[in-house]
Design a protein around this ligand. Structure first.
Ligand SMILES: [Zn+2]
Length: 242
């Protein structure tokens, strides 16, 4: 991002969060989140694709997101995901305020980590910065849509063995920064046994019953959410157990 390359002196405010110096956690402005979501809903009917992939989707030549994800094709416009998956739930994991001193004075910017998912096997995560909180949210949500995965679900629990897609098929690990998570299959009715941040990711991904173990900086929401996402992503390319 060009606008992040400003040569300014960092003025550190508060504790470092998410591994980035000078960021402080701000309250989630719920009204702004809702406004942004509404804005996106009205955008799609007039969607004019900017990429060839977008055109293929709009014209009905690609009918499912799996056709795109299985071929590892890069999604460059979020509308592709909206078009193929319909309404997605959004969860703003964290909004950080970053204050810096530059030649022209104090500058405030916002960093947003966003999740999008359908609660039924599809989830994406993204992070973005902007001068205004609303546009940081919009960009973060947009980025999350460019970073979607189809989660591999199953029933790998020896206590259960029902064969349904309520859990994960086997144990898997994920890491981001110093935050680490191990996700283990659980029996039906167990629920998502995880810390708050990991739970938000797992629930939005449509996983109902799992055990988790975490280590490292598990209270750092940005890293914890990415570690959980990375574990789910890892599962797609893994065939066996840990
Ligand atoms: Zn089961």
């Amino acid at each position: 991002m060009a606008d992040d390359d400003e040569k300014v002196k960092d003025e550190v405010k508060g504790e470092a969060v998410g591994g980035t110096a000078g960021e402080v956690v701000a309250e989630k402005p719920q009204e702004i989140v809702e406004e942004v979501v509404k804005e996106q809903e009205v955008l799609l009917p007039g969607w004019v694709p900017k990429t060839r992939l977008g055109q293929l989707v709009r014209d009905g030549n690609i009918k499912t997101i799996d056709e795109i994800l299985e071929k590892n094709m890069a999604i460059k416009e979020p509308e592709i995901v909206d078009f193929l998956l319909g309404e997605l739930k959004e969860d703003i994991i964290e909004i950080n305020m970053v204050q810096r001193m530059s030649d022209s004075g104090r500058r405030t910017r916002f960093a947003v980590t966003a999740l999008v998912g359908n609660g039924n096997g599809y989830i994406g995560i993204g992070r973005a910065h902007a001068k205004e909180v609303g546009s940081a949210i919009r960009k973060g949500v947009g980025r999350a849509k460019l970073n979607m995965i189809h989660v591999k679900r199953g029933c790998g629990s020896w206590q259960c063995g029902c064969g349904k897609d309520h859990s994960v098929p086997f144990a898997v690990k994920g890491k981001s920064g110093s935050a680490e998570i191990t996700i283990l299959p659980g029996p039906r009715g167990l629920g998502v046994v995880a810390n708050d941040t990991a739970k938000r990711v797992l629930v939005l991904a449509g996983i109902k019953d799992v055990w988790t173990f975490t280590s490292g900086e598990t209270r750092t929401k940005v890293n914890m959410s990415y570690a959980t996402f990375n574990a789910l992503k890892q599962m797609i390319s893994t065939r066996g157990a840990l």
